[in-house]
Each structure stands twice: as structure tokens, then as C-alpha cells.
Design a protein around this ligand. Structure first.
Ligand code: ZN
Ligand code: ZN
Length: 368
């Protein structure tokens, strides 16, 4: 198989609020340790929406944003034989490219806690005008360090994997930090977007009982959610804390949920979540991914209810493989994940971003 030659397109980010401009750049052979990937699917994450809204800062030069790139190995640089987890890597393999580079030397990295590196670097956020150009997700091509790649296991549909390649591992890591999920536990998931739907699937796979609190406005979202058979769905616009607690009390002898997972990113979700937990309940908070402002809580609740609050905003390379192997173990669910995805071409990134912001689609993904 010969590597790609000629030019490929990239959607160039020129600053918050400004439209992306699509530009073509030449593809060249990857440097040592690097891999050239042809686009399979590249998602627009909530983080990209925050970046485009100006709520997360980026360097002041033209660059390619997007950090959920799935691509086929097109060309391999010198010294590359394996992916980031030591698995054999060859041309034509489908991979997930992780953008985070743990420093390896900070307090947490030295203790193996690379998901909580204190000095993360990223593979992207480089000047797109400078060769070799392709260092961000929203493009037809990407250069990634081989150590940042995870090869897809057999039996995983790349489009299904493109649904939550970042949100899935993030939820998995926050659950792991919080001691995991146990069979029979009553889990409340706040939010029924991509992260919330993944949390639902993850909890069902652990034989938990799940109550979803989310929005009822998107029919496809509701249809997918119901396919995973939550015990109960409550519209967040209609159900206040007292009403939700009444429903929970019907489902458990405890005074609330064993676990609440906050995926909505809405700031008001947090004080609500605290109130839904049983004594000694665990609150996993992977969804608050931008500063949406302050809320009022009653800290005495944490003391008297002996609550455990566990945050996490990143994941390890191994968490990506856990996500992919989860999909491989559940072929019956892969079509549901694939159905979350709305496809766009690189040329239509502005439309994709607008649709993502307007909540018109569950997951906007740029495909080849
Ligand atoms: Zn993301
Ligand atoms: Zn570190």
C-alpha cells in the first residue's frame, strides 16, 4: 500500500466566534516516531464548542482544533512498530488518536496516575501554516506520535467508536477513580447527551439500575436512551429535587442513589446531584468541562451524608482501549453508538459546529 500523496483539507480555526476556513495542505512522509493517518471520523466534542465560544483559550495562530480523530494508518515514520499500548501497528489499521501527552515526571505521573498529569502537553495546537500542517482533528489527515495511538480491536465499527472516543474514556476514568460500579447499584445519570448515553450503557453493562435525568427535546436521543432500557427517565425541566427523591425512594431502601454521574455540564446539575445521593453515596463529576459559573451548595450535606465527590477530566491510553473493548464485547450496542453520529465533510465544519451548538445533532462527526 502506498502512502497518500497530494493535498488534503483541514478546517482552520482562526479564533473564537470566527468561521473555520477550509484549506488544503500537502501530505508528506511522517517524521520518526510519528504516524500519518487518513481520516475515518473526527468528532466535535463539547470542548471544541467551548473553544469556539471562547470559553477555553487557544494560541493566537491559525490551527486545527478537534481531539477525537479516528484514522487509518497511511504511513509510518522510522522506529514505529507499535501503538501506545505496545500492540503491533501496521498500515491500514484503524486507530484512535489521543491528543494528551502526560509529562511523565510530575508527582502524579511518577505514581502512574497519568490521567491526572499536572503538566499535560497536547499533540495539536500547532501552527497549521507550518509544515507538516496536520496536527488537529478536524482535517482529512493527521500526524500523531505512535505512542498516542490505540489500534481498534477486531469487531469494532469505527463509526460506533467515533461516538464518544473522548467522553467514553473520561466516564470510565471517573468511575474507576470512584471505585467502579457494582451490580445492583442504583445509578442516577444527569444528562442524556453522548456522555450521558455512554454512562447509561456503561452502568447497564455493570448490571446497575439506572435513572436518567435529561432533556426530552431530541426524539433520536430519547429513542437511543430507551434502547438501553433505563429504569426511569425524568425530564430535567419538569422534575425538581423533591420529585426525583420521591421516585428514588420507590426504588431503594437507602435514602438516595448509590452513585450519581454528572455528565450534563450544567452548573445547576451539581447541587441537585448532591441531594440525590444516599448516605455514603458517590458523586462522579466528569461533565463540568468549562467554567459555567458558581452555584450555592450546603457543605453540611457532604459532612452529614458522608458523601464522596470524585472528579476527573482526562483518561489514560489504557482507558481508550477499555472503551474500545467494551464496544467489542457489545456488538449489539454498536449500531446505537453509530446512530448517535451525524456525518459532515470537512468542507461543512461550520455547519457541523452550528448544529452541535444548537443541539440539532447528538454527535457531529467529520468523515472522509
Ligand atoms: Zn473531547
Ligand atoms: Zn505529569
Amino acid at each position: 500500500m502506498k502512502m497518500t500523496t497530494g493535498k488534503r483539507k483541514a478546517a482552520i480555526f482562526h479564533g473564537a466566534g470566527k468561521p473555520f476556513k477550509v484549506k488544503s495542505y500537502p501530505v508528506s512522509a511522517p517524521a520518526a516516531g510519528m504516524v500519518g493517518l487518513s481520516l475515518t471520523a473526527s468528532g466535535i466534542c463539547g470542548t471544541d464548542v467551548h473553544i469556539h465560544d471562547g470559553r477555553l483559550g487557544m494560541p493566537d495562530f491559525p490551527l486545527i482544533i478537534g481531539h477525537e480523530f479516528l484514522g487509518k494508518v497511511d504511513a509510518i515514520g522510522a522506529d514505529v512498530t507499535q501503538d501506545g499500548l505496545g500492540r503491533v501497528l501496521a498500515k491500514g489499521d484503524q486507530t484512535v488518536a489521543c491528543v494528551a501527552i502526560p509529562c511523565g515526571v510530575c508527582f502524579n505521573c511518577r505514581r502512574g496516575e497519568t490521567a491526572s498529569c499536572m503538566a499535560f502537553g497536547v499533540t495539536y495546537a500547532q501552527n497549521a501554516e507550518e509544515a507538516p500542517h496536520f496536527f488537529g482533528g478536524l482535517a482529512e489527515y493527521l500526524y500523531s506520535p505512535a505512542q498516542n495511538l490505540v489500534r481498534l480491536p477486531d469487531g469494532v465499527d469505527a463509526l460506533a467508536a467515533a461516538a464518544v472516543p473522548c467522553g467514553g474514556p473520561t466516564v470510565i476514568r471517573s468511575c474507576a477513580y470512584g471505585g467502579g460500579l457494582k451490580a445492583g447499584e442504583l445509578v442516577v445519570v444527569q444528562g442524556n447527551g453522548p456522555l450521558g448515553l455512554f454512562a447509561l450503557a456503561w452502568a447497564k453493562a455493570h448490571d446497575c439500575r439506572v435513572v436518567m435525568i435529561g432533556s426530552a427535546t431530541n426524539p433520536l436521543r430519547l429513542e437511543l436512551m430507551q434502547a438501553w432500557k433505563p429504569e426511569l427517565f425524568l425530564d430535567y425541566r419538569k422534575a425538581d429535587a423533591e420529585a426525583i427523591k420521591r421516585e428514588l425512594s420507590r426504588m431503594t431502601d437507602a435514602d438516595g442513589a448509590d452513585v450519581v454521574i454528572e455528565t450534563s455540564g450544567a452548573r445547576d446539575a451539581f447541587p441537585l446531584g448532591l441531594q440525590l445521593l444516599r448516605k455514603r453515596g458517590r458523586y462522579f463529576v466528569p461533565g463540568q468541562y468549562s467554567n459555567s459559573g458558581a452555584v450555592t451548595i450546603e457543605p453540611q450535606l457532604i459532612t452529614f451524608q458522608a458523601l464522596q465527590i470524585i472528579g476527573s477530566g482526562q483518561y489514560t491510553m489504557a482507558d481508550i482501549l477499555t472503551y474500545l473493548e467494551f464496544l467489542a464485547r457489545h456488538p449489539e450496542w454498536q449500531p446505537l453508538f453509530a446512530k448517535m453520529v451525524s456525518k459532515y465533510r470537512v468542507d461543512d465544519v461550520n455547519q457541523a459546529m452550528a448544529d452541535a451548538k444548537a443541539g440539532k445533532v447528538i454527535k457531529a462527526v467529520v468523515t472522509a
